[in-house]
Design a protein around this ligand. Structure first.
Ligand code: HXC
Length: 492
Protein backbone atom coordinates (compact mmCIF):
# COMPACT_ATOMS: atom_id res chain seq x y z
CA UNK A 1 0.00 0.00 0.00
CA UNK A 2 1.34 3.46 -0.86
CA UNK A 3 0.87 5.38 2.36
CA UNK A 4 2.44 8.61 1.08
CA UNK A 5 0.45 11.64 2.20
CA UNK A 6 0.31 14.63 -0.10
CA UNK A 7 -0.06 17.98 1.58
CA UNK A 8 -0.60 21.51 0.44
CA UNK A 9 2.27 23.32 2.13
CA UNK A 10 1.49 26.35 4.20
CA UNK A 11 3.69 29.44 3.87
CA UNK A 12 6.73 29.81 6.12
CA UNK A 13 5.31 32.78 8.04
CA UNK A 14 1.52 32.50 8.01
CA UNK A 15 -0.36 35.60 9.06
CA UNK A 16 -2.68 34.71 11.96
CA UNK A 17 -6.29 35.25 10.88
CA UNK A 18 -7.48 35.33 14.50
CA UNK A 19 -6.49 37.46 17.50
CA UNK A 20 -2.92 36.77 18.63
CA UNK A 21 -3.85 35.71 22.18
CA UNK A 22 -6.30 32.90 22.83
CA UNK A 23 -6.62 31.78 26.46
CA UNK A 24 -9.35 29.14 26.38
CA UNK A 25 -8.04 25.57 25.98
CA UNK A 26 -10.87 24.44 23.66
CA UNK A 27 -10.42 27.55 21.51
CA UNK A 28 -6.72 26.73 21.27
CA UNK A 29 -7.52 23.20 20.11
CA UNK A 30 -9.96 24.66 17.58
CA UNK A 31 -7.13 26.78 16.12
CA UNK A 32 -5.12 23.60 15.60
CA UNK A 33 -7.80 21.20 14.38
CA UNK A 34 -9.47 20.80 11.03
CA UNK A 35 -13.06 22.03 11.38
CA UNK A 36 -15.22 19.70 13.44
CA UNK A 37 -12.54 17.03 13.71
CA UNK A 38 -11.81 17.19 17.44
CA UNK A 39 -13.04 14.20 19.41
CA UNK A 40 -12.74 14.90 23.12
CA UNK A 41 -12.36 12.33 25.84
CA UNK A 42 -12.38 12.77 29.60
CA UNK A 43 -14.38 16.00 29.71
CA UNK A 44 -16.13 14.84 32.90
CA UNK A 45 -13.03 13.52 34.67
CA UNK A 46 -12.41 15.04 38.11
CA UNK A 47 -9.61 14.75 40.64
CA UNK A 48 -10.03 12.75 43.85
CA UNK A 49 -7.85 14.91 46.10
CA UNK A 50 -9.18 15.98 49.49
CA UNK A 51 -6.26 17.77 51.16
CA UNK A 52 -6.16 21.59 51.43
CA UNK A 53 -9.92 21.87 50.75
CA UNK A 54 -9.52 20.39 47.28
CA UNK A 55 -12.74 18.40 47.72
CA UNK A 56 -14.57 21.71 47.22
CA UNK A 57 -12.69 22.48 43.96
CA UNK A 58 -13.36 19.66 41.54
CA UNK A 59 -13.72 21.22 38.09
CA UNK A 60 -14.91 18.94 35.27
CA UNK A 61 -11.97 18.01 33.04
CA UNK A 62 -9.40 18.77 35.78
CA UNK A 63 -7.74 21.61 33.88
CA UNK A 64 -6.85 19.87 30.64
CA UNK A 65 -8.78 19.20 27.42
CA UNK A 66 -7.73 15.97 25.69
CA UNK A 67 -8.60 13.99 22.59
CA UNK A 68 -7.75 13.41 18.97
CA UNK A 69 -8.17 15.70 15.99
CA UNK A 70 -7.26 15.98 12.35
CA UNK A 71 -4.61 18.51 11.36
CA UNK A 72 -4.23 18.99 7.61
CA UNK A 73 -6.21 15.80 7.12
CA UNK A 74 -4.01 13.65 9.37
CA UNK A 75 -4.93 12.27 12.80
CA UNK A 76 -3.08 13.78 15.78
CA UNK A 77 -3.34 13.27 19.55
CA UNK A 78 -3.95 16.59 21.31
CA UNK A 79 -4.04 18.03 24.80
CA UNK A 80 -4.46 21.64 25.92
CA UNK A 81 -3.99 22.77 29.49
CA UNK A 82 -6.40 25.36 30.83
CA UNK A 83 -4.58 28.09 32.77
CA UNK A 84 -7.87 29.31 34.22
CA UNK A 85 -8.50 26.00 36.04
CA UNK A 86 -6.21 25.52 39.06
CA UNK A 87 -3.49 27.34 37.09
CA UNK A 88 -3.38 24.48 34.59
CA UNK A 89 -1.53 22.58 37.33
CA UNK A 90 -1.11 18.86 36.89
CA UNK A 91 -2.63 16.45 39.38
CA UNK A 92 -3.22 12.70 39.16
CA UNK A 93 -6.36 12.91 36.97
CA UNK A 94 -4.97 15.65 34.73
CA UNK A 95 -1.89 13.46 34.19
CA UNK A 96 -4.01 10.36 33.50
CA UNK A 97 -5.82 12.25 30.73
CA UNK A 98 -2.51 13.22 29.08
CA UNK A 99 -1.06 9.72 29.39
CA UNK A 100 -4.19 8.42 27.67
CA UNK A 101 -3.46 10.74 24.70
CA UNK A 102 0.13 9.53 24.60
CA UNK A 103 -0.85 5.86 24.83
CA UNK A 104 -3.42 6.23 22.09
CA UNK A 105 -0.94 8.08 19.84
CA UNK A 106 1.57 5.29 20.35
CA UNK A 107 -0.96 2.61 19.46
CA UNK A 108 -2.40 4.50 16.48
CA UNK A 109 1.06 5.70 15.38
CA UNK A 110 0.07 9.36 15.16
CA UNK A 111 1.85 12.56 16.27
CA UNK A 112 1.09 14.33 19.55
CA UNK A 113 0.67 18.08 19.90
CA UNK A 114 0.60 19.46 23.45
CA UNK A 115 -0.61 23.01 24.08
CA UNK A 116 0.99 23.79 27.42
CA UNK A 117 0.03 26.39 30.00
CA UNK A 118 0.67 25.03 33.49
CA UNK A 119 2.34 25.83 36.81
CA UNK A 120 3.60 22.23 36.92
CA UNK A 121 2.91 19.58 39.54
CA UNK A 122 -0.22 20.47 41.54
CA UNK A 123 1.19 21.30 44.92
CA UNK A 124 -1.88 20.14 46.84
CA UNK A 125 -1.68 16.64 45.36
CA UNK A 126 1.92 16.03 46.39
CA UNK A 127 3.57 12.83 45.23
CA UNK A 128 0.48 11.82 43.23
CA UNK A 129 1.17 14.86 41.02
CA UNK A 130 4.89 14.11 40.81
CA UNK A 131 4.14 10.53 39.81
CA UNK A 132 1.75 11.89 37.19
CA UNK A 133 4.70 13.65 35.58
CA UNK A 134 6.80 10.51 35.88
CA UNK A 135 4.12 8.63 33.94
CA UNK A 136 4.12 11.35 31.24
CA UNK A 137 7.91 11.51 30.96
CA UNK A 138 8.12 7.72 30.64
CA UNK A 139 5.67 7.83 27.75
CA UNK A 140 7.39 10.84 26.11
CA UNK A 141 10.54 8.74 26.08
CA UNK A 142 8.83 5.56 24.90
CA UNK A 143 7.29 7.46 21.97
CA UNK A 144 10.53 9.29 21.17
CA UNK A 145 11.66 8.54 17.61
CA UNK A 146 8.42 6.60 17.00
CA UNK A 147 5.84 9.37 16.62
CA UNK A 148 6.57 13.11 16.35
CA UNK A 149 5.87 15.01 19.56
CA UNK A 150 5.40 18.79 19.34
CA UNK A 151 5.10 21.06 22.38
CA UNK A 152 3.52 24.49 22.04
CA UNK A 153 4.18 26.59 25.13
CA UNK A 154 1.52 29.27 25.49
CA UNK A 155 1.73 30.60 29.05
CA UNK A 156 3.76 30.50 32.26
CA UNK A 157 5.05 26.93 32.41
CA UNK A 158 7.09 25.51 35.28
CA UNK A 159 8.50 22.21 36.54
CA UNK A 160 7.13 19.19 34.71
CA UNK A 161 5.37 21.51 32.25
CA UNK A 162 8.80 22.37 30.85
CA UNK A 163 10.54 19.03 31.33
CA UNK A 164 7.95 17.20 29.28
CA UNK A 165 8.45 19.60 26.31
CA UNK A 166 12.21 19.15 26.66
CA UNK A 167 11.70 15.43 25.99
CA UNK A 168 9.71 16.11 22.82
CA UNK A 169 10.99 16.76 19.31
CA UNK A 170 10.02 20.39 18.76
CA UNK A 171 9.31 23.20 21.25
CA UNK A 172 7.39 26.22 19.96
CA UNK A 173 7.09 29.12 22.38
CA UNK A 174 4.76 32.10 22.21
CA UNK A 175 6.77 35.30 22.73
CA UNK A 176 4.68 36.14 25.83
CA UNK A 177 5.12 32.68 27.40
CA UNK A 178 7.60 31.67 30.09
CA UNK A 179 9.44 28.44 30.79
CA UNK A 180 11.36 27.73 33.98
CA UNK A 181 11.96 24.83 36.32
CA UNK A 182 10.85 26.97 39.25
CA UNK A 183 8.99 30.27 39.02
CA UNK A 184 10.32 33.64 40.26
CA UNK A 185 8.54 33.42 43.63
CA UNK A 186 10.08 30.03 44.39
CA UNK A 187 13.49 31.24 43.19
CA UNK A 188 13.31 34.18 45.55
CA UNK A 189 12.17 32.03 48.49
CA UNK A 190 14.96 29.49 47.99
CA UNK A 191 17.93 31.54 46.75
CA UNK A 192 16.82 35.14 47.48
CA UNK A 193 17.55 35.95 43.83
CA UNK A 194 15.13 38.57 42.53
CA UNK A 195 14.42 37.89 38.89
CA UNK A 196 11.38 38.58 36.73
CA UNK A 197 9.64 35.93 34.64
CA UNK A 198 10.93 37.26 31.30
CA UNK A 199 14.53 37.41 32.51
CA UNK A 200 14.24 33.96 34.08
CA UNK A 201 12.53 32.14 31.24
CA UNK A 202 11.11 34.42 28.55
CA UNK A 203 11.23 33.86 24.82
CA UNK A 204 14.48 35.84 24.57
CA UNK A 205 16.13 33.44 27.01
CA UNK A 206 14.93 30.26 25.32
CA UNK A 207 15.06 31.47 21.72
CA UNK A 208 18.63 32.81 22.00
CA UNK A 209 20.59 31.77 25.07
CA UNK A 210 19.39 28.31 26.08
CA UNK A 211 18.14 27.03 22.72
CA UNK A 212 15.19 25.32 24.44
CA UNK A 213 12.70 26.85 21.96
CA UNK A 214 13.03 25.74 18.34
CA UNK A 215 10.63 28.46 17.22
CA UNK A 216 9.36 31.65 18.88
CA UNK A 217 5.92 32.80 17.74
CA UNK A 218 4.22 36.19 17.84
CA UNK A 219 1.34 34.87 19.96
CA UNK A 220 -1.00 31.93 20.47
CA UNK A 221 -2.44 31.78 16.97
CA UNK A 222 0.97 32.08 15.33
CA UNK A 223 2.41 29.40 17.63
CA UNK A 224 -0.35 26.99 16.64
CA UNK A 225 0.18 27.82 12.94
CA UNK A 226 3.86 26.99 13.36
CA UNK A 227 2.95 23.62 14.90
CA UNK A 228 0.84 22.86 11.82
CA UNK A 229 3.70 23.96 9.59
CA UNK A 230 6.15 21.65 11.39
CA UNK A 231 3.73 18.72 11.04
CA UNK A 232 3.88 19.24 7.25
CA UNK A 233 7.49 18.04 7.25
CA UNK A 234 7.11 15.05 9.54
CA UNK A 235 5.56 11.64 8.97
CA UNK A 236 2.76 10.44 11.23
CA UNK A 237 5.24 7.94 12.65
CA UNK A 238 8.68 6.50 11.92
CA UNK A 239 6.90 3.70 10.03
CA UNK A 240 5.36 6.11 7.48
CA UNK A 241 7.08 8.20 4.80
CA UNK A 242 7.11 11.98 5.37
CA UNK A 243 4.29 13.82 3.57
CA UNK A 244 5.05 15.13 0.07
CA UNK A 245 4.07 18.48 -1.40
CA UNK A 246 3.96 19.60 -5.03
CA UNK A 247 7.55 20.27 -6.20
CA UNK A 248 8.66 23.89 -6.57
CA UNK A 249 11.65 25.58 -8.15
CA UNK A 250 14.41 26.72 -5.78
CA UNK A 251 15.52 30.32 -5.33
CA UNK A 252 18.44 31.76 -7.34
CA UNK A 253 21.98 30.79 -6.30
CA UNK A 254 23.58 33.91 -4.75
CA UNK A 255 27.10 35.07 -5.53
CA UNK A 256 29.34 33.61 -2.86
CA UNK A 257 32.76 35.23 -2.36
CA UNK A 258 35.44 32.94 -3.75
CA UNK A 259 37.92 33.85 -1.01
CA UNK A 260 37.16 31.37 1.81
CA UNK A 261 38.15 33.97 4.39
CA UNK A 262 35.37 36.34 3.29
CA UNK A 263 32.05 35.74 4.99
CA UNK A 264 28.58 35.32 3.50
CA UNK A 265 25.15 34.31 4.73
CA UNK A 266 24.57 30.63 3.94
CA UNK A 267 20.76 30.86 4.10
CA UNK A 268 20.30 32.14 0.51
CA UNK A 269 22.43 29.16 -0.61
CA UNK A 270 20.09 26.81 1.28
CA UNK A 271 17.13 28.50 -0.42
CA UNK A 272 18.81 27.91 -3.79
CA UNK A 273 18.96 24.18 -3.03
CA UNK A 274 15.49 23.48 -1.57
CA UNK A 275 12.07 24.08 -3.11
CA UNK A 276 11.08 27.76 -3.11
CA UNK A 277 9.39 28.84 0.14
CA UNK A 278 10.00 25.50 1.83
CA UNK A 279 12.87 26.33 4.20
CA UNK A 280 11.83 26.50 7.84
CA UNK A 281 14.80 27.37 10.02
CA UNK A 282 14.82 25.99 13.57
CA UNK A 283 16.59 27.61 16.55
CA UNK A 284 17.51 30.56 14.27
CA UNK A 285 18.91 32.74 17.07
CA UNK A 286 20.67 30.05 19.09
CA UNK A 287 24.18 28.86 18.09
CA UNK A 288 23.98 30.87 14.90
CA UNK A 289 27.25 29.44 13.57
CA UNK A 290 25.23 26.49 12.34
CA UNK A 291 21.93 26.66 10.48
CA UNK A 292 19.42 23.82 10.75
CA UNK A 293 15.93 23.49 9.36
CA UNK A 294 13.39 21.61 7.33
CA UNK A 295 13.03 22.05 3.60
CA UNK A 296 11.77 20.10 0.62
CA UNK A 297 13.54 18.91 -2.50
CA UNK A 298 11.21 18.03 -5.37
CA UNK A 299 8.36 18.07 -2.84
CA UNK A 300 9.94 15.62 -0.38
CA UNK A 301 10.96 16.81 3.11
CA UNK A 302 14.66 16.95 3.98
CA UNK A 303 16.69 18.16 6.93
CA UNK A 304 19.29 20.81 6.10
CA UNK A 305 22.45 21.43 8.15
CA UNK A 306 24.82 24.21 7.07
CA UNK A 307 27.78 25.99 8.60
CA UNK A 308 27.10 29.72 8.81
CA UNK A 309 30.20 31.78 7.90
CA UNK A 310 28.71 35.08 9.17
CA UNK A 311 28.66 33.78 12.74
CA UNK A 312 31.93 32.80 14.45
CA UNK A 313 33.29 32.24 10.93
CA UNK A 314 31.20 29.07 10.69
CA UNK A 315 33.28 27.21 13.28
CA UNK A 316 31.83 24.27 15.13
CA UNK A 317 31.64 24.63 18.89
CA UNK A 318 29.76 23.18 21.83
CA UNK A 319 26.35 24.74 21.19
CA UNK A 320 26.42 24.30 17.41
CA UNK A 321 27.44 20.65 17.77
CA UNK A 322 24.60 19.90 20.16
CA UNK A 323 22.11 21.88 18.09
CA UNK A 324 22.97 20.02 14.90
CA UNK A 325 23.36 16.63 16.58
CA UNK A 326 19.83 16.54 17.89
CA UNK A 327 18.46 17.74 14.57
CA UNK A 328 20.37 15.07 12.64
CA UNK A 329 19.05 12.41 15.01
CA UNK A 330 15.49 13.71 14.73
CA UNK A 331 15.62 13.72 10.92
CA UNK A 332 17.11 10.25 10.92
CA UNK A 333 14.50 8.95 13.36
CA UNK A 334 11.69 10.17 11.11
CA UNK A 335 13.20 9.24 7.75
CA UNK A 336 14.08 12.73 6.45
CA UNK A 337 17.14 12.66 4.14
CA UNK A 338 19.96 14.98 5.20
CA UNK A 339 21.46 17.72 3.04
CA UNK A 340 24.67 19.13 4.54
CA UNK A 341 26.36 22.29 3.25
CA UNK A 342 29.92 22.61 4.54
CA UNK A 343 31.90 25.82 4.93
CA UNK A 344 33.90 25.63 8.14
CA UNK A 345 37.45 26.39 9.25
CA UNK A 346 37.13 23.71 11.95
CA UNK A 347 36.28 23.43 15.62
CA UNK A 348 36.62 26.66 17.61
CA UNK A 349 39.89 26.29 19.55
CA UNK A 350 40.48 27.52 23.08
CA UNK A 351 40.33 26.78 26.78
CA UNK A 352 36.70 27.90 27.15
CA UNK A 353 35.62 25.24 24.67
CA UNK A 354 37.87 22.56 26.16
CA UNK A 355 36.66 23.24 29.69
CA UNK A 356 33.10 23.34 28.45
CA UNK A 357 33.49 19.83 27.12
CA UNK A 358 33.84 20.32 23.38
CA UNK A 359 35.34 16.83 23.11
CA UNK A 360 32.32 15.22 24.74
CA UNK A 361 29.77 17.51 23.07
CA UNK A 362 31.34 17.64 19.61
CA UNK A 363 31.26 13.85 19.70
CA UNK A 364 27.46 14.03 19.70
CA UNK A 365 27.42 15.41 16.17
CA UNK A 366 30.01 12.89 15.06
CA UNK A 367 27.88 10.14 16.55
CA UNK A 368 24.66 11.45 15.03
CA UNK A 369 25.99 11.53 11.48
CA UNK A 370 27.85 8.23 11.78
CA UNK A 371 24.66 6.60 13.05
CA UNK A 372 22.26 8.10 10.47
CA UNK A 373 20.85 5.63 7.96
CA UNK A 374 18.71 8.03 5.87
CA UNK A 375 20.05 9.20 2.47
CA UNK A 376 22.78 11.77 3.10
CA UNK A 377 24.19 14.29 0.60
CA UNK A 378 27.04 16.70 1.34
CA UNK A 379 28.20 19.75 -0.61
CA UNK A 380 31.49 21.41 0.39
CA UNK A 381 31.10 25.05 -0.59
CA UNK A 382 34.51 26.62 0.10
CA UNK A 383 36.35 24.94 2.94
CA UNK A 384 36.30 21.94 5.24
CA UNK A 385 39.18 21.53 7.65
CA UNK A 386 40.26 18.98 10.19
CA UNK A 387 37.79 17.34 12.52
CA UNK A 388 35.01 19.53 11.17
CA UNK A 389 35.59 18.09 7.67
CA UNK A 390 35.02 14.61 9.05
CA UNK A 391 32.11 15.55 11.33
CA UNK A 392 30.11 17.41 8.67
CA UNK A 393 28.81 14.27 6.97
CA UNK A 394 32.00 13.22 5.21
CA UNK A 395 32.26 10.17 2.98
CA UNK A 396 34.12 8.36 5.75
CA UNK A 397 31.18 8.86 8.13
CA UNK A 398 28.87 7.33 5.55
CA UNK A 399 27.65 10.12 3.25
CA UNK A 400 25.98 8.69 0.14
CA UNK A 401 27.06 11.53 -2.16
CA UNK A 402 29.73 14.21 -1.63
CA UNK A 403 30.16 17.18 -3.95
CA UNK A 404 32.54 20.11 -3.83
CA UNK A 405 32.48 23.50 -5.46
CA UNK A 406 35.58 24.32 -7.57
CA UNK A 407 38.39 25.93 -5.60
CA UNK A 408 37.18 24.64 -2.25
CA UNK A 409 39.86 23.85 0.32
CA UNK A 410 39.78 20.47 2.07
CA UNK A 411 42.63 19.69 4.43
CA UNK A 412 43.74 18.95 7.95
CA UNK A 413 44.02 22.68 8.60
CA UNK A 414 44.24 26.06 6.85
CA UNK A 415 47.36 26.81 4.81
CA UNK A 416 48.88 29.37 7.21
CA UNK A 417 48.69 27.08 10.24
CA UNK A 418 49.86 24.04 8.27
CA UNK A 419 52.92 25.83 6.84
CA UNK A 420 53.93 27.12 10.27
CA UNK A 421 53.95 23.51 11.53
CA UNK A 422 55.47 21.53 8.68
CA UNK A 423 57.94 24.20 7.47
CA UNK A 424 58.97 25.49 10.88
CA UNK A 425 62.71 25.01 10.27
CA UNK A 426 62.74 26.48 6.73
CA UNK A 427 60.78 29.51 7.94
CA UNK A 428 63.15 30.05 10.86
CA UNK A 429 66.03 30.14 8.36
CA UNK A 430 64.20 32.27 5.78
CA UNK A 431 60.89 33.91 6.85
CA UNK A 432 60.43 35.49 3.40
CA UNK A 433 59.48 32.07 1.98
CA UNK A 434 56.16 31.95 3.90
CA UNK A 435 53.91 33.20 1.06
CA UNK A 436 55.52 30.83 -1.44
CA UNK A 437 55.13 27.84 0.92
CA UNK A 438 51.50 28.75 1.64
CA UNK A 439 50.73 28.93 -2.09
CA UNK A 440 52.39 25.55 -2.63
CA UNK A 441 50.43 23.96 0.22
CA UNK A 442 47.18 25.36 -1.19
CA UNK A 443 47.90 23.93 -4.64
CA UNK A 444 49.27 20.57 -3.53
CA UNK A 445 47.29 19.70 -0.39
CA UNK A 446 43.97 21.53 -0.36
CA UNK A 447 42.34 21.40 -3.79
CA UNK A 448 39.14 19.33 -4.14
CA UNK A 449 40.70 17.35 -6.99
CA UNK A 450 42.84 15.58 -4.35
CA UNK A 451 39.95 14.04 -2.33
CA UNK A 452 38.23 13.30 -5.68
CA UNK A 453 41.16 11.04 -6.61
CA UNK A 454 40.55 8.88 -3.56
CA UNK A 455 36.72 9.00 -3.78
CA UNK A 456 36.28 11.12 -0.65
CA UNK A 457 34.56 13.62 -2.95
CA UNK A 458 32.48 12.25 -5.82
CA UNK A 459 32.39 15.21 -8.19
CA UNK A 460 33.31 18.88 -8.45
CA UNK A 461 30.22 20.88 -9.40
CA UNK A 462 29.65 24.53 -10.20
CA UNK A 463 27.56 26.42 -7.63
CA UNK A 464 24.74 26.66 -10.19
CA UNK A 465 24.62 22.85 -10.43
CA UNK A 466 24.11 22.33 -6.69
CA UNK A 467 20.35 21.97 -6.65
CA UNK A 468 20.36 19.50 -9.52
CA UNK A 469 23.15 17.43 -7.98
CA UNK A 470 21.33 17.24 -4.65
CA UNK A 471 17.93 16.54 -6.22
CA UNK A 472 19.19 13.80 -8.54
CA UNK A 473 21.15 12.17 -5.71
CA UNK A 474 18.10 12.13 -3.42
CA UNK A 475 15.88 10.83 -6.21
CA UNK A 476 18.31 7.99 -6.85
CA UNK A 477 18.61 7.24 -3.13
CA UNK A 478 14.85 7.14 -2.54
CA UNK A 479 14.97 3.35 -2.47
CA UNK A 480 17.28 3.18 0.54
CA UNK A 481 15.27 0.89 2.82
CA UNK A 482 14.09 2.19 6.17
CA UNK A 483 14.93 -0.03 9.14
CA UNK A 484 12.01 -1.16 11.32
CA UNK A 485 13.02 1.36 13.98
CA UNK A 486 16.07 3.61 14.01
CA UNK A 487 16.42 5.22 17.44
CA UNK A 488 14.92 7.69 19.86
CA UNK A 489 15.49 11.45 19.85
CA UNK A 490 17.40 11.80 23.11
CA UNK A 491 17.61 15.42 24.38
CA UNK A 492 21.10 16.88 23.83
C1 HXC B 1 -1.11 24.34 42.35
C2 HXC B 1 -0.83 26.29 41.18
C3 HXC B 1 0.44 25.88 40.75
C4 HXC B 1 0.91 24.61 41.19
C5 HXC B 1 0.04 27.82 39.92
N1 HXC B 1 -1.03 27.49 40.65
N2 HXC B 1 0.96 26.84 39.97
N3 HXC B 1 -1.58 25.53 41.98
N4 HXC B 1 0.09 23.87 41.99
N5 HXC B 1 2.08 24.13 40.80
C6 HXC B 1 -2.24 28.26 40.83
C7 HXC B 1 -2.02 29.48 41.72
O1 HXC B 1 -2.17 29.14 43.08
C8 HXC B 1 -3.16 30.37 41.25
O2 HXC B 1 -4.36 29.91 41.84
C9 HXC B 1 -3.23 30.08 39.77
O3 HXC B 1 -2.61 28.80 39.59
C10 HXC B 1 -2.49 31.08 38.92
O4 HXC B 1 -1.19 31.22 39.47
P1 HXC B 1 -0.51 32.64 39.68
O5 HXC B 1 0.68 32.43 40.52
O6 HXC B 1 -1.53 33.63 40.16
O7 HXC B 1 -0.15 33.01 38.19
P2 HXC B 1 1.14 33.75 37.64
O8 HXC B 1 1.40 35.00 38.45
O9 HXC B 1 0.91 33.87 36.18
O10 HXC B 1 2.37 32.79 37.92
C11 HXC B 1 2.44 31.55 37.27
C12 HXC B 1 3.59 30.74 37.89
C13 HXC B 1 3.41 30.64 39.42
C14 HXC B 1 4.91 31.43 37.55
C15 HXC B 1 3.58 29.36 37.18
O11 HXC B 1 2.07 30.21 39.69
C16 HXC B 1 4.35 29.68 40.05
O12 HXC B 1 5.51 29.99 40.28
N6 HXC B 1 3.86 28.47 40.37
C17 HXC B 1 4.72 27.43 40.93
C18 HXC B 1 5.63 26.95 39.84
C19 HXC B 1 6.56 25.85 40.24
O13 HXC B 1 7.57 26.05 40.90
N7 HXC B 1 6.21 24.63 39.85
C20 HXC B 1 7.05 23.52 40.04
C21 HXC B 1 6.20 22.38 40.46
S1 HXC B 1 7.26 21.00 40.70
P3 HXC B 1 -5.54 30.93 42.25
O14 HXC B 1 -6.53 30.04 42.94
O15 HXC B 1 -4.90 31.95 43.14
O16 HXC B 1 -6.02 31.49 40.95
C22 HXC B 1 7.06 20.05 39.33
C23 HXC B 1 7.79 18.74 39.41
C24 HXC B 1 8.08 18.18 38.09
O17 HXC B 1 6.39 20.36 38.40
C25 HXC B 1 9.35 17.44 38.05
C26 HXC B 1 10.32 17.98 37.04
C27 HXC B 1 11.50 17.12 36.84
Amino acid sequence: MDSTVTITPAGAAPAPAVPAQVRDARDRIALLSDDGSFQEFGSRARHRATAFGMERKRPAGDGVVTGTAHVGGRAVGVFAQDPATLGGSLGETHAAKITRVLDQAGRARIPVVGLLDSGGARIQEGVAALDGYGEIFRRNVRLSGRVPQISVVLGACAGGAVYSPALTDIVIMSQDAHMFLTGPRVVQAVTHEQVGPAELGGAQVHGRASGVAHLVADGTAHAVELAKLVLNYLPSSCWEPPPVAPPADPGPMPDVPANPRHTFDVRPVIKAVVDGGSFLELQPRFARNIVIGFGRVEGRPVGVVANQPISRAGTLDIDSSEKAARFVRMCDAFGLPLVTLVDTPGFLPGSAQERGGVIRKGAKLLYAYAEASVPRVTVVLRKAFGGAYIVMNSRSLGADAVFSWPGAELAVMGAEGAVDVIHRRELAADPTRRDELIARYRAEAMAPEIPCERLSVDEIIAPGETRAAVAVSLRNLAGVPAPEFRHDNLPQ
